[in-house]
Ligand binder design. Sequence first.
Ligand code: ADP
Ligand code: MG
Ligand code: MG
Length: 880
Amino acid sequence: MSQPTKYVYGFAEGGRDMAALLGGKGAGLAEMTRLGLPVPPGFTVTTDACKAYLATGEEPPELGVEAARALAGLEQAMGRTLGAPDDPLLVSARSGARFSMPGMMDTILDIGLNDQSVTGLAKASGQERFAWDSYRRLIQMFGHTVMGVDGDLFEQAIAAHTTDDHDLDTAELARLTEEFKAIIRKETGEDFPQDPADQLARAVRAVFDSWNTERARVYRHREHIPEDLGTAVNVQAMVFGNLGNDSGTGVAFTRDPATGERGLYGDYLPDAQGEDVVAGVRDALPLSELKTLDPRAYVELGDHLRTLENHYRDLCDVEFTVERGKLWILQTRVGKRTAEAAFRIAHDLREEQTITADEALVRVDGAELTRLMFPRFDVKATALPLAHGVPASPGAAVGAVVFDSAEAVRRAAAGEKVVLVRRETTPDDLPGMIAAQAVLTSRGGKTSHAAVVARGMGKVCVCGAESLGVDLVARAFTTDSGVVVHEGETVSVDGTAGTVHLGELPLTASDVGRALETGTAADPLTEAVLGALAHADSVRRMEVRANADTPEDAARARSLGAQGIGLCRTEHMFLGERRALVEAMILARDDTAREQALAALLPLQRADFTGILEAMDGLPVTIRLLDPPLHEFLPDRTELAVRLAEAAEPDPRERELLAAVERMHEQNPMLGLRGVRLGLAVPGLMAMQVRAVAEAVTARLRAGGRPRAEIMIPLVGTVEELRLARTETEHVLADVAAETGTAPDCPIGTMIELPRAALTAGRIAESADFFSFGTNDLTQTTWGLSRDDAEASFFPLYLEKGVFAVSPFDSIDQEGVGRLVELAVEAGRAVNPRLETGVCGEHGGDPDSIHFFHRTGLDYVSCSPFRIPAARLEAGRAAL
Ligand code: ADP
Ligand code: MG
Ligand code: MG
């Protein structure tokens, strides 16, 4: 018999492994309750209940019964009754999905207050003003979130009394409460509900509904959080941080979430309720101030944070409240952190022997490493900043100043880089924050909304730049030195230093980028990064090679840890001054003329390869023979025709050129005469390239080097093509061996970049020493789409409609293109067990793709030099 679904769990019944059912917040509250931390008691309504409600529009009938029972239990434990006229129990109804969505959904505090219980609370607490302030907060929050009244109406009513709601006395608050009720009546035709049970039931439903608000959807889309998880609701006894100066509320981290530095970190706001810190409405004190304000609570908080960090074995953050000297913990989770903090914390936790080296490696990723390698502003070149703020999320960003979310979205859509400037941000600013390069605020600390959200997105953020006067109406901000910056002007935001500068600052390599190239650590961060990479290198099975075609790139890639070159393109070597020779080769009227042109190209190519083989001495260099259609090396057809038409005396050579261009014109050049087809069609071309490779190898051997060239034939569709190309290649190699007396040992392989090649890989492997998957072309040919055209035309639509979760050019389409890779590897190895396999498309540097290639059993990935460190890291993580 199946168990009936249970929709409500007391905090003591749950635990950390139940986040799917109880949400992250509920699981955390349960876990802390079990650890014996001071958590106000309560219960969690499950995500199952939410899903049932969202599916049918009604709460499942069992929910009412279970919730009533749980509430009765809570009342009994607290010795008070929800909303009772004297000394009432008050509760909060707190949203909490499986994945943290800070500020995206609703929470309602002080439920249980009504016209009677407000006096009961005043008497029990001995503080009339507090009671009325709580009541007006409830009506305001409930009116807005549950009853859908425009929040501005309440704000305007407050503004009519005062500029600072702290100034309001009891009588004014009582009057305001009446005004709020009147607003609700006028707007909804309904009274603010006086029945506490009704308040609670409606609040729970409103939290369920908040799963589907626009901003929550936008956030989920951005963070790739599934749409169907639903939120849990935590009903929890209220504790009060706003009972005077011996009370307060705050947020604390076990380590600094921006830098990873050891030691407690956070904000504290005396005499305030939880929402006030996150909203950044008043400027919070650094947590260290609590040490003097309330040493006992501070020490106790430190103990709890240590308990949590040891228990979760990771950075934790908490929300806490001190009520008349008594500390309560209201929330915990494994904290979000910057890339820098991720590396440092993982490294430190490993050194502290809290986690193993493998675990430390799992805690960081290639995207974070890439972010740390981004260049930063060249500080030496910097003039004085316009303003200083809190360095809330690191990095360097440049963009045009905009003052609201909609403008940010509009300009970004038009391709402009923007910096969103606000006094503080709210969840409504989310689209603008996503669109912007950086977020700059004049209020709020490291735990303000702007800071938390920006950090989560890896977006540059400076907050609390108090000297900025942000004028949303004039659409400008002023600095304390009197500079006025208008919308559209360019600023540079340094999220690492916490500064803002006028204009576009020059960029320089980051410390991490430099340390990766030199291999020496200069500070705790670079030490942590190099440590993680060293461990990744020790555990990974796949090699990481580079796509590089100059000696400089090869050397750079090697210093970044490349174990060879997986793709050395030769087309770049046909450009520049050599274009004339290439033209001569293409236009050659007879064999002699062509041979002359090829003979002139030969020493140049040989020198190219010699340089690269030298830079990669001892490591494999996979050289791809000429791949693109030849007409790419000729002038543009239209331009040439126009020039000829306009010339008084047309140059006969130009006329000849035009004829050749027209002869070679193709409707679909990417599917035309290119790759191996070119090598077979243009006599002598392939031989020249192979000879250049072979002679470079013998030259390097004579110089005492250890050259390891591999010859790669592109765009093969059938083994026949490869067989012909191989035969010609082997002839040339044999010739060079005979001429020089040294036999260049060059494996010959092919790119697999056509579906037919993948499907007949077993045949092709008969003639190949290696396969290199050219996943860019393989993606184009498998999907039958042109990357250059499609990415600009319908990809945005496809991404929005969810046809793609991510572009198949950014991350390998595992199901389709990836399947072809699997088939080819399997069939190829069956024929040739020593077949070497790798990937040289853009995907070789993409974290998800790297994990897939690891599972597929490839021997290496090859990517652009800049992505090598991240690829090494991910190849290591994939092997765990
Ligand atoms: P969010 O997910 O947006 O942080 P929370 O549910 O955590 O929303 O609640 C918002 C604020 O209200 C937090 O600062 C929290 O600590 C505070 N809060 C929630 N429930 C209670 C309670 N029972 N007593 C006191 N403060 C509370
Ligand atoms: Mg919270
Ligand atoms: Mg290709």
